[in-house]
Design a protein. Sequence first.
Length: 314
Amino acid sequence: MTILAVTMNPSIDVQYPLDHLTIDDVNRVTEVRKTAGGKGLNVARVLHCLNHPVVATGVLGGYFGKYLQGRLDKDGIKGDFAQIDGETRSCIAILHDNGDQTEILEKGPTLSAQDAENFLNHYRELLKTVELVTISGSLPGGLPTDFYAQMVHIGHEAGVPVFLDASGAALEAALKADDKPDLIKPNDSELGALIGEEVDRTNLPQLTKQLQHPLFDGVEWVVVSLGSKGAFAKHNRDFYQAAIQKINVVNPVGSGDSTLAGLAYATDKHEAPEEVLKSAMTCGMLNTMEAKTGFVDKSKFDEYYAKVTVNEQA
């Protein structure tokens, strides 16, 4: 069964590794890595690594959009995007000085009302061929705050569950809509902003109460990262703590996207809640062990899956 991974503001991600970043001077780079970037494309790449059918979608435009589509083709990932007149953005990460990372992120194109309508029509067609949708990342300029809420509603009209990994006003609008996402994945600061309270992710009894806030009524899954300690999740009326073992972290970027891919992967296979969380934690761990962002080594999946423990909370 196919998963649709949506990225509304994709980018060409460029990594420049440097021993030392010298400000106000020339910095020469001998190795450059360019990938099809954006949170939803990381989700698509991880699902592809797991040999699970996936289609990446969103909007692309200009020469950079054609380049990004070419990168997906090279990776063997099916992309089916709506086209816009604006130019797809680039995002630069400078990796320097023993672990520091300096990022330069373009805002991206501003979409017109016609662009929005064209994409939603394209989305409706794609929903006829998929069983689950993941939506990840920020909205590009020009789209209304409730655009993700509209996408959730359209997905449900088609009988397709929608997982939403967003933040800020777009997430809040989706949670205040009549049709709510089937899964959200806020971090502790995003969760606190939603409910207007301080969130201490080490205080699990308090976190249990906070996840019972009326804003989350009707959301099947609320998954909160506990960082190196795993995750805490509400599934309908039940609560779970997922714990992971200490691992050698190479590159943590994209681990949240990989976690979402694991959640979608196991859900699409109709696995039990404990198994869904184990798959999610496994994908998150495997991503951090690789230099490439949004990438997992499937040959290690079973080994690290066995190292995840999930306990239902009273």
